[in-house]
Write a protein that binds this ligand. Structure first.
Ligand code: P1T
Length: 384
């Protein structure tokens, strides 16, 4: 269905989804097939092999592209595969400037994998530092994550894009939009070239899939990135694609509730005597609150805070929560809590973590869609 003239909630339900022509099934079938029969060599209906394309995956790609306002989307086997495919588009000798506070796995890929293939990455605090101080003639990609993981810094996308546009050659500006989701932030409309998602998180929303996606405009980029993905693999299976497609239908409802709950919890935590500092883009105390207000439609469901005390205080607290599950990941309907220094960001060297401020007392929560009073009670009893 053409969804261009519809609002976000309608696009989330309908984009990419057509009744199945052979049966009328309203839900996109799970095309569990690796290959497609051809009546004569080279003649097919747009599908010849499922690494190259699969109809369930196409439906998902159409849906995510519509949500991000992109011409194209490529669904990936994970968020990290999306990052990897983009790195594969660079050449040895190229340089990347990345936001310093990014998901541990993204940092690991730049630092320990692509560095061995001649692609160097400089990490910069683009919330407080200028891109121009870090670029080189070889800079081909700018990597932005906003809000960042785990410190929830907000990077001014338009500002970075404006600086990138002045460079020659003009680097690709990529925005990891996993934390905000397209419901709260649409980076392509702010001038970014590529949006990346770990669909494992809010897009799927039910903690039962690992997946990713990249969205962008232009035939040339589509051909280049699809060629890379098709050459190296890294595609989601049809069942995973179908699960994410189903999850997306409720994205708007979920994001609204995640945010409502998160705002209340952030307010509560900010007043609590055992908490040193709360980082939530929706709080007036957040250093980039004004930028978040301008570039986002809402502040999301992730909160980071520092407990007063030490590692043992943090451990004690994390062992006491009952409704919040102590687990990596985020963006599911259920509330999660974690310790970035030991869990999601353990792959970042200790001195780099210390410099960033990912300390032993830092806690990250992914606020779910449960009843907020139950969630508040759980945190309060654990704080003691
Ligand atoms: O896990 P995967 O689907 O490969 O996505 C990687 C990824 C990319 N970008 C961001 C912002 C992410 O948060 C992640 C994955 N993050 C976690 C698993 C986590 O708990 O932070």
């Amino acid at each position: 269905m053409e969804t261009q003239n519809f609002k976000f909630e309608t696009v989330a339900v309908h984009a990419g989804v057509e009744p199945d022509p052979s049966t009328g099934a309203i839900m996109t079938p799970i095309f569990a097939t690796s290959t497609y029969v051809q009546p004569t060599p080279g003649q097919h209906k747009g599908y010849d092999y499922s690494r190259t394309a699969n109809p369930t995956r196409t439906a998902l790609e159409t849906s995510i592209a519509a949500l991000e306002g992109a011409q194209h989307c490529l669904a990936m086997s994970s968020g990290c595969t999306g990052t990897d495919v983009l790195c594969h588009s660079l050449n040895a000798g190229d340089h990347v400037v990345s936001v310093d506070d990014v998901y541990g796995g993204t940092s690991r890929l730049f630092r320990t994998v692509w560095s061995r293939h001649g692609i160097e990455t400089t990490f910069a605090d683009l919330a407080n530092q200028d891109l121009k101080d870090f670029v080189r003639p070889q800079t081909k990609m700018i990597w932005i994550e906003t809000p960042t993981n785990p410190l929830l810094k907000i990077i001014d996308i338009e500002r970075v894009v404006a600086q990138a546009k002045k460079l020659n050659p003009r680097p690709l500006v990529v925005v990891d939009n996993t934390f905000a989701s397209p419901y709260f932030q649409r980076p392509l409309e702010l001038g970014a070239d590529v949006v990346l998602h770990s669909t494992t998180k809010y897009l799927n929303g039910h903690s039962d899939v690992v997946g990713g996606a990249i969205c962008f405009n232009g035939k040339e980029l589509k051909e280049k990135l699809h060629h890379i993905q098709n050459s190296i693999g890294g595609v989601p299976g049809p069942f995973d694609a179908w699960l994410v497609l189903r999850g997306i239908k409720t994205l708007a409802l979920r994001m609204k509730r995640h945010e409502e709950n998160a705002k209340e919890i952030a307010d509560m935590l900010e007043k609590h005597p055992k908490i040193e500092r709360v980082l939530y883009p929706g709080l007036k105390s957040h250093p980039q609150h004004e930028i978040a207000k301008r570039q986002m439609g809402g502040f999301g469901g992730m909160i980071t805070f520092f407990l007063k005390g030490n590692l043992e205080t943090a451990r004690g607290f994390l062992e006491k929560v009952k409704l919040f599950s102590l687990a990596e990941s985020l963006g599911g309907v259920e509330s999660l809590i974690e310790h970035p220094a030991i869990m999601t960001h353990a792959s970042i060297p200790a001195e780099m973590r210390a410099k960033l401020g990912i300390s032993d007392t830092l806690i990250r929560i992914s606020v779910g869609i449960e009843n907020v009073e139950d969630l508040k009670k759980d945190l309060l009893q654990a704080l003691g």
